[in-house]
Design a protein around this ligand. Structure first.
Ligand SMILES: NC(=O)C1=CN([C@@H]2O[C@H](COP(=O)(O)OP(=O)(O)OC[C@H]3O[C@@H](n4cnc5c(N)ncnc54)[C@H](OP(=O)(O)O)[C@@H]3O)[C@@H](O)[C@H]2O)C=CC1
Ligand SMILES: CC(=O)N[C@@H](CCC(=O)OP(=O)(O)O)C(=O)O
Length: 322
């Protein structure tokens, strides 16, 4: 008797992103995980063979290892979800952010080559794409994007440094060449004609991130109020389960009524957008909160797996069973 479970192979299953995807899928009755023995985890021929036997292969590997595998896989019929940066702006690949638009969700359903978004771009694009589309942010402007991530964002190497180095930096800016590998996807899927200025940072905590986009007068098309920004975002994400927009000026979830915690949504696939403003000066700030390992990586991959396999995107349950 052949199984009607979806066969999934997670390449890089023991890494930071792969482990979390494994955790989310291992007890699912609708999924059969195909696994290689630990000793074979870097054997290209065996990885290709098992990927071809799968319905979906999720690649949680460094870019170079992804490119090598894809060269060997060629146009094999398996659906590939690539968590690396290798194909995010590549032709023939669909960006794995279903909330981009209704048409985009349909495109994802039809695609067998899907690139999982980067963690910072998930936040930046979620803010900029609807605002450019609504004609609030000018497509030819240069928005600034600032982000802070927990150290798991840097994979096993950065985890090891943060957990073993005495006097490791409590907080540090990086990407100061202003050429971070996430800039091309931020530009493309935000609908900008110019690269945004992006400065990431890492804090000495494990998981969770905040992405900040100032909506200043120099990037908007006309005089803009915070309520316009909040409405454009709310309209765009109406009905979405994973992206929610806080009511404007709602402070009730701020820690001690002041602090927006970076780790509030960890171990979830949720992302929250919030708009803050000083209406007298006309300055507006949009902020996205998410888990770098949730909606920023593993959760996003599982959401796409759910979309592709026809189960509920949020629960993984058969749609009729809810
Ligand atoms: N961490 C995060 O927040 C996010 C990560 N990503 C992306 O996901 C991908 C994985 O990242 P992450 O999980 O953080 O990285 P890790 O370094 O934690 O894990 C990478 C995994 O890939 C394995 N690996 C490396 N080279 C090969 C190879 N040639 N063949 C098979 N396996 C190999 C490693 O095995 P071993 O350890 O045994 O060498 C390890 O298990 C990267 O492309 C990263 O950019 C995307 C979004 C967010
Ligand atoms: C804190 C940290 O180092 N973060 C990673 C980004 C994590 C991520 O989104 O992964 P991708 O590499 O797949 O894009 C970085 O800035 O390179």
């Amino acid at each position: 008797m052949t199984s009607n479970k979806t066969k999934i192979f997670i390449d890089g299953q023991h890494g930071t992103t792969g482990l979390k995807i494994h955790e989310r899928l291992k007890d699912r009755p609708d999924i059969e995980l195909l696994e290689l023995p630990m000793a074979d985890r870097k054997d290209l021929a065996k990885r290709v063979e098992i990927a071809k036997a799968a319905d979906i292969a999720v690649l949680c590997l460094p870019d170079a290892a992804v490119k090598e595998l894809m060269t060997a896989l060629g146009d094999a019929d398996v659906c590939v979800i690539d968590a690396s940066t290798a194909h995010r702006v590549a032709d023939g690949w669909t960006y794995g952010f279903p909330e981009l638009s209704k048409e985009h969700r349909k495109k994802l359903l039809a695609s067998k080559r899907i690139s999982n978004p980067g963690c910072y771009p998930t936040g930046a694009i979620s803010i900029l794409h609807p605002l450019v589309e609504a004609g609030i942010v000018r497509a030819d402007s240069t928005p600034a994007v600032f982000g802070v991530s927990g150290y798991t964002g840097g994979g096993k190497e950065l985890v090891e440094i943060h957990e073993k180095t005495p006097n490791v930096e409590p907080f540090g800016l990086y990407g100061l060449e202003l050429t971070h590998k996430h800039v091309p996807e931020m530009k493309k899927y935000s609908g900008l004609s110019h690269a945004p200025l992006f400065v990431p940072s890492v804090g000495h905590y494990a998981q969770g991130m905040l992405i900040m986009v100032p909506i200043t007068r120099d990037i908007t098309t006309k005089a803009t109020h915070a309520a316009d920004v909040q409405k454009a975002l709310s309209d765009h994400y109406a009905g979405e389960k994973f992206v929610t927009v806080r009511p404007f000026a709602d402070r009730k979830w701020l820690e001690r009524d002041r602090f927006l915690r970076a780790d509030r949504l960890i171990d979830t696939n949720s992302m929250e957008l919030a708009v803050y403003a000083n209406e007298i000066d006309g300055n507006i700030l949009a902020v996205a909160s998410l888990d770098n390992l949730g909606k920023g990586a593993s959760g996003a991959a599982v959401q796409v797996i759910n979309l592709k396999t026809g189960v509920d995107e949020a629960t993984g349950l058969a749609v009729a069973a809810q």
